[in-house]
Every structure is written in C-alpha cells, then in structure tokens.
Design a protein around this ligand. Structure first.
Ligand code: NAD
Length: 279
C-alpha cells in the first residue's frame, strides 16, 4: 500500500472502496469483503443512506477500527444541525471519523464548515475535506477558515484528469480523492487501446492499469464494486509501476469529458433533498 500524507500530518491509504449507490445490505457485504481482502479505506456519505450498513460491514469483518481509514460526507440539509456529526458517528457505530467532507457546495456550506471544524477540535474528526467544490470556493475556504481543508473529492479519470485543479492543490498541499476513477464503469473508457496494450505488457487488467495510473498521478482512489474478485483486483496494483512513457501515452486519452455537470439548479435541489432513514 502507498499512503498520502495530508497537510496536517494525517496519512491515508491511497486505495480503498466506495459504496455509492449500494443498499445498506450491499454496503455491508461489500465493506466486509473489502476489509477481508486487505482494503483499509472506506468511503461512504450521509447521502448514500448506507452508513449503518457500512458500520455493520466493519464490525462483521473483525478488523480493528484503528486499522481502518473511514471517510464520510455530511449532506447539505444537515450542515447546520448541531447533532449532525454525532448522528453520523452513531450510524457508523464509531467515535471518530478519519476524514469528513462537506458533500456539496450549497449556500449554507460555511455553516457546515464551522460544524466540522468544531468536531475536528473535539477529536471526532481527524481531517476535513470539500467535495465537488469549485476552485473559487476552495480558495475561499483556504483563505478564510481557521482549519484549512486537507482533501478535495472530485470526479477524476483518464478522460478528465483534473489538470487545472491539481495545480492549485499542489500550491496548497491539499490531496485529491478521485471519484468515478473507472469512469463509473464506462466500457468505452476502460477498453481504450492504450489500457489493453499496457494490461498485456504488465499481466494486469485494464481496470488495474487505470487505477495504477491514478496512484502514480497522486490520486487517492476508491472504486465501487460489489464483486469480490474486482474488489481484490482493484487493490492489487502495488506490485508494478508504469513508466514515464506509459504515463505519457495514457495522458493522450484526456478528452475533457466529464460524466457529471453541476448546475445551479442541481445544487439547489441538493439543498432541499431530505435524507431517508438509514437502516
Ligand atoms: P467507478 O469509476 O469506481 O466505477 C464503478 C463501476 O466499475 C461499477 O460498475 C463496477 O462494477 C465497475 N468495476 C469496478 N471494478 C472493476 C474492475 N476491476 N473491472 C471491471 N469493472 C469494474 O465509479 P463509482 O463506484 O460510481 O465511484 C467510486 C466511488 O466514488 C463511489 O463508490 C463513491 O464512494 C464515490 N463518489 C463520490 C461522489 C461525490 O459526489 N463525492 C460522486 C460519485 C461517486
């Protein structure tokens, strides 16, 4: 495993698993299977409504809490709620979160940030992040907040490697967690000839080549999967290294395509989306 060291000294594994679009039971099974395969970083969110299942998966695996790096995200409708973080901890069945994000840049994000800063000072949260924030708001957080954010979480994959944002992150010492690292399973992306060619060269799968490219680009990855064989493969990327020439060939796949576009209307909808009970 390789680790990313944050600007506050906290280290996180560079590969883990995400549980977006999984039912609580699926999240439980996926998390338990991942931990049994050696994965030690898990990404969930209030908004996925599977934090309880994630917590059950952790306990089912028998892996000690202190050996796991647990990431979750506050949803906008609870940014201002004083008990939001305690309720998140209760759903997960833990007394601290390794990395807590604000999930979306809704108008009330500054109040949400104060809430997670307070939890950070109380030791309930070990690191703070901003997910899906545009660069101007990231800069505002860096300039005005008492505790600077440590991580961003954004869409990133070979079609859209976030080249501009990475320049800003390099200046501030912030790290990047890449969501949709495999293009949300887009077969067209995964079947690009360069990945097939490099998969043959290294005796790996196309997905493993993409994930290794992320690691060497400095991205923390947490691909989603309910398939135990894929979960194991996605983690088995630390025994080979792409050359500079391989990395340059993969860079040519960048075509600026994103799968997700935030619009003001969508952000306004998020601000109103109530969470359902997470059982
Ligand atoms: P992904 O790019 O990780 O792709 C997942 C898809 O790829 C699934 O269909 C899966 O079956 C397939 N897959 C996984 N491993 C494979 C392999 N080895 N070979 C072939 N196919 C494989 O997309 P994702 O799961 O949607 O995103 C990853 C994580 O990012 C999520 O689980 C979630 O935690 C996070 N996320 C965060 C945000 C955000 O707003 N912060 C948004 C979306 C996703």
């Amino acid at each position: 495993m390789e680790y990313f060291k944050m600007n506050n000294g906290v280290e996180m594994p560079m590969a883990g698993i995400g549980v977006f679009m999984m039912s609580p039971q699926e999240a439980e099974d996926s998390v338990a299977s991942a931990l049994e395969s050696g994965v030690r970083m898990i990404d969930t969110a209030n908004g996925y409504m599977n934090e309880s299942g994630t917590g059950r998966g952790i306990r089912k695996s028998g892996v000690a809490r202190e050996d796991i790096f647990l990431v979750t995200k506050l949803w906008p409708t609870v940014y201002e709620k004083e008990t939001a973080i305690d309720e998140t901890l209760a759903r997960l069945g833990t007394d601290y979160i390794d990395l807590l994000f604000l999930h979306q840049p809704t108008d009330n994000w500054r109040e949400g940030y104060k809430n997670i800063e307070k939890a950070y000072k109380e030791g309930k949260v070990k690191a703070i992040g901003l997910s899906n924030f545009p660069e101007d708001l990231l800069q505002e957080a860096i300039d005005t907040m008492e505790i600077k954010p440590q991580m961003v979480q954004v869409e990133a994959h070979p079609y859209f490697p976030q080249t501009e944002l990475k320049k800003m992150l390099a200046e501030t010492g912030m790290g990047l967690m890449a969501w949709y690292p495999l293009g949300h399973g887009d077969k067209t992306l995964m079947a690009q000839p360069v990945f097939t060619e490099l998969a043959e060269k290294y005796g790996k799968s196309n997905a493993q080549i993409i994930l290794r490219w992320h690691i060497q680009s400095g991205d923390v990855i947490f691909p989603g999967s309910k398939n135990p064989a894929h979960i194991r493969d996605n983690f088995d990327i630390f025994d080979f290294k792409l050359t500079d020439e391989d990395m340059a060939k993969i860079a040519e796949v960048d075509n600026g395509r994103r799968y997700y576009e935030a619009s003001p209307e969508l952000i306004a909808q998020y601000a109103k989306m109530e969470l359902q009970p997470d059982l």
